[in-house]
Design a binder for this molecule. Structure first.
Ligand code: CMX
Length: 135
């Protein structure tokens, strides 16, 4: 894995959270995107080399809705950039990690993504991300 690509934060109200993070970071949100496949609305921020993704559910089937039913707003996942998501998935599967997608799927911000079960990562949901124009 290359580096932390972003940190995902689950929020109830995207507009309110966006304002909080704009004030906190002192930079505007650079992108808002609805991800149909994940049933989320997202807002992205850059600070230096780092990225924050705010995530709000678009319906009750969303993983974010389920998460916020049981937890407060807060860090939901850590995403790592990978060069070749198929190779990383193969490596992790072989090492016994439970992947939450059989195949990579299209995520926000022009990425192919795959999630790794939080129970296999000391309680942290991990996302693998490959830039779509990588290959
Ligand atoms: N971080 C850490 N632990 C988490 C978690 C998270 N984000 N989400 C769930 N868990 C834990 C729960 O606390 C629970 O633990 P206990 O059994 O100890 O109570 C366990 O995992 C099972 O949780 P659950 O509420 O019963 O939920 P499910 O098993 O139905 O789903 C998960 C959990 C991680 C498999 C599911 O949320 C998933 O597939 N996530 C990947 C997709 C996703 O999160 N999409 C939204 C983000 C999209 C984006 O970034 O664009």
């Amino acid at each position: 894995m290359q580096k932390i690509e972003h940190i995902g934060i689950a929020v109830k109200d995207l507009a309110a959270a966006k304002e909080v993070y704009e004030n906190l970071l002192g930079v505007p949100c650079y992108k808002e995107e609805k991800v149909e496949s994940e049933s989320v609305n997202t807002a992205f921020f850059r600070t230096g080399n780092n990225k924050i993704e705010l995530l709000a559910a678009t319906n009750e089937d969303s993983a974010i809705h389920k998460y916020l039913d049981k937890n407060r707003e807060g860090v939901h996942h850590i995403a790592f950039a990978v060069q070749d998501i198929h190779e990383e998935m193969k490596r992790l599967r072989k090492a016994g990690f439970r992947l939450l997608n059989e195949e990579p799927k299209r995520g926000a911000d022009n990425k192919l993504i795959c999630f790794v079960h939080p129970k296999d990562n000391c309680g942290v949901l991990i996302e693998l991300c490959q830039e779509i124009n990588n290959k």
